[in-house]
Design a protein around this ligand. Structure first.
Ligand code: CO8
Length: 260
């Protein structure tokens, strides 16, 4: 499918989705959000896609937020609808059954930070600047950022970042747990790819169950999350992959997982 605002590139099972509007620092207009949804929707059903990396086109930005030209036109009704649509797309990414890694190559602000928060892993270039500056525009994060930031960092740090609107650099983002890892800019994609390919080499059903247990389980009370974990564990015990993983260990050979 031809996209106007994103690029997709599938190589040996790894899909790279590049948000590509560099003239506006990859700001997310409605069309871009829709294209991101279409790319993920297609990738979800495509057996050839085993993992996804999301990054930004150009030198400066991952995504500098929702497109302020569009935001400026919102009414109470369309503002709520736009927020709900963005939330739904980012939740679709968060619940994606294959690993999704954000490779944060520059500014990840507002909706861009929220997009990164919806990914399973965040790897940042040393040049990255991350923040939720919405209050400087008189709005609040509207793509799940108030919820995901508070769940990831705790309410205190989340409220500090959201209510100051301050951007932080990559090193500070790593220190507070907002990103998993910081790497030199020229190594960003190779490090993200290396992590993605390591995950792709593991049992895909186990990876899917692990994501589901952590993401869905994180939305539940502890005991229900544990119940989900045990149920997924039991389900995996019925799979060929689980037998293969155990046999491979006992036979001292690498496992050959088939996703069945
Ligand atoms: N939307 C539209 N255009 C943008 C955006 C944006 N978010 N960010 C940058 N641009 C444009 C600039 O207007 C500029 O265009 P032009 O060349 O025509 O003047 C071009 O990109 C380059 O930007 P700058 O010249 O400003 O580049 P600098 O290096 O000087 O500054 C910054 C880079 C610091 C990133 C700066 O561009 C900036 O502050 N951008 C806005 C960041 C921001 O506030 N983001 C949050 C937006 S609100 C949001 O994301 C809400 C999400 C939830 C929505 C819920 C739906 C209702």
């Amino acid at each position: 499918m031809a996209y106007e605002n994103i690029k997709t590139n599938l190589r040996e099972g790894l899909l790279i989705v590049t948000i590509d509007r560099p003239k506006v620092l990859n700001a997310l207009n409605a069309e871009t959000v829709q294209e991101i949804y279409e790319a993920f929707s297609k990738a979800r059903d495509d057996e050839n896609v085993k993992a996804v990396i999301v990054t930004g086109g150009g030198e400066k930005a991952f995504v500098a937020g929702a497109d302020i030209n569009e935001l400026a036109q919102k009414t109470p009704i369309t503002g709520k609808e736009t927020s709900e649509r963005g939330q739904a797309v980012l939740s679709f990414i968060e619940r994606f059954p294959k690993p999704v890694i954000a490779a944060i190559n520059g500014f990840a602000l507002g909706g861009g930070c929220e997009l990164a928060l919806a990914c399973h892993i965040r790897i940042a270039s040393e040049k990255a600047q991350i923040g939720l500056p919405e209050v400087t525009l008189g709005i609040i994060p509207g793509y799940g950022g108030t919820q995901r930031m508070a769940r990831l960092l705790g309410k205190g740090k989340a409220l500090e970042l959201i209510c100051t609107g301050d951007r932080i650099g990559a090193a500070d983002a790593e220190r507070i747990g907002l990103v998993n890892k910081v790497v030199p800019a020229d190594q960003l994609m190779s490090v993200a790819e290396e992590m993605a390919r390591k995950m792709m080499s593991r049992g895909p059903l186990a990876i899917r169950a692990a994501i589901e247990a952590v993401i869905r389980g994180g939305e539940m009370p502890f005991e229900e999350g544990q119940f989900l974990e045990a149920t997924l564990f039991g389900l995996l015990c019925a799979s060929d992959d689980t037998k293969e993983g155990m046999n491979a260990f006992l036979e001292k050979r690498p496992a050959r997982f088939k996703g069945r």
